[in-house]
Ligand binder design. Structure first.
Ligand SMILES: Cc1ncc(COP(=O)(O)O)c(C=O)c1O
Length: 379
């Protein structure tokens, strides 16, 4: 079956008692044991919950992995994965990574002795050159946040295999509907479920899928031991969001393509970043490994003041942190999603004050274009 069908027909078989088409929410924090020391399928809510199990099996199946894990946020998911490493380990990370990922690596995991080097993942030679004796993993976002740079996942997994490293991909921007990194040899896939998977700007969640048993066991241990699990109510809400993922992503992409194409014709816009544009760097690689461009469009105004004027003059998109909701969200990476990045690092990677990131929602794209046109005219 195709992915669009599997999104709807995976995991709904959970309630065999009633045949309910919506997975029940099990609030129990603990489970009665028949005998001391003998556990049934569930023992304690942190270690396992039937509603969470249903969500975890859905994301595992959609990503094509061996086991999945739900966490209380995307950052909890990322941090729990980083906790599988030990002092003295080193990671090579894509340089225009989400600001929160950069922050947790450079301000928290560095204190635990886990080092990270940030390099341009569009160039496989640079990734190889950054690998050291103590390197344990390569971490990519593709398309990256916010510049939508493309990493070749097949090449990344081959590089990692040659050198005996794990590969980790943050697949938040694509979702398994559009891109399934495990099919390309990646070991661990991470999502901020807060974004497209939830889809309605009403939930904070994170997900991880592992491709093999050994990696899954390491992450499962951290999930239970560290305990940053997703609560059952939020698991249910995330499953509800996933049911409409295909319909929403199709519309997000159509809208984003129209908006990006229009922006690319405006003299006031210096550059547009969108993997659906014919001249987007790495488009051929992206088209090979993903089912569409996604719904995020970033663009550069002539300078910082012009970017801020556009952000504030727009009526339809909410000026807000986050992305992937049904309503359009406009954000200013330099002091929102990437505020946690060192200013020199932002400058080097091109996350500068002239840059605007638009998460295209499900509004009629003609209305979004009209709104952008009016905002740009005001400058
Ligand atoms: C690509 C990406 N990964 C991870 C995160 C972190 O997710 P959360 O905000 O759910 O902790 C974000 C949040 O913006 C993101 O954009």
């Amino acid at each position: 079956m195709k992915i669009g069908t599997r999104i709807l027909h995976t995991g709904n078989e959970i309630d065999r008692n009633t045949g309910a088409l919506s997975v029940p929410v099990y609030h129990a924090s603990t489970y009665r044991q028949e005998k001391a020391g003998e556990f049934g399928p569930y023992s304690y809510g942190r270690s396992g919950n039937p509603t969470r199990d249903a969500l975890e099996s859905i994301i595992t199946e959609l990503e094509g992995g061996i086991d999945g894990f739900a966490f209380s946020s995307g950052m909890a998911a990322l941090s729990s994965v980083f906790l599988i490493f030990s002092p003295g380990d080193h990671l090579v990370v894509t340089e225009d990574v989400y600001g929160g990922t950069y922050r947790v690596l450079t301000q928290l995991f560095n204190r635990l002795g886990i080092e990270a080097t940030f390099v341009d993942f569009t160039d496989p030679a640079k990734v190889k050159a950054a690998v050291r004796e103590n390197t344990k993993a390569l971490f990519a976002e593709t398309p990256s946040n916010p510049l939508l740079r493309i990493t070749d996942l097949q090449v990344l997994s081959e590089t990692a295999r040659e050198k005996g490293l794990l590969t980790i991909v943050d697949n938040t921007f694509m979702t398994p509907y559009l891109q399934r990194p495990i099919e390309m040899g990646i070991d661990i896939v991470i999502h901020s479920g807060t974004k497209y998977l939830g889809g309605h700007s009403d939930l904070i969640a994170g997900l991880v899928v592992a491709a093999d048993k050994e990696t899954a066991a390491r992450i499962g241990f951290i999930q239970n031991a560290f305990g940053a699990i997703l609560g059952p109510q939020d698991c249910w809400l995330l499953m509800r969001g996933i049911k409409t993922l295909k319909a929403r992503m199709d519309m997000h992409q159509q809208g984003a393509a129209k908006v990006a194409e229009w922006l690319s014709r405006q003299p006031e816009i210096r550059q547009v970043y969108f993997p659906g544009l014919p001249d987007h760097p790495g488009k051929d690689i992206h088209d090979r490994q993903a089912g569409g461009p996604g719904g995020i469009v970033s663009f550069r105004m002539k300078d910082g003041p012009a970017a801020r004027q556009v952000l504030e003059a727009l009526c339809l998109p909410a000026l807000a942190v986050s992305l992937g909701g049904v309503e359009s969200i406009i954000s200013y990476p330099v002091n929102m999603s990437h505020a946690g990045m060192h200013p020199a690092h932002r400058e080097r990677t091109g996350v500068t004050d002239d840059l605007v990131r638009l998460s295209v929602g499900l509004e009629d794209p003609d209305d979004l274009v009209a709104d952008l046109e009016a905002a740009i005219k005001k400058i």
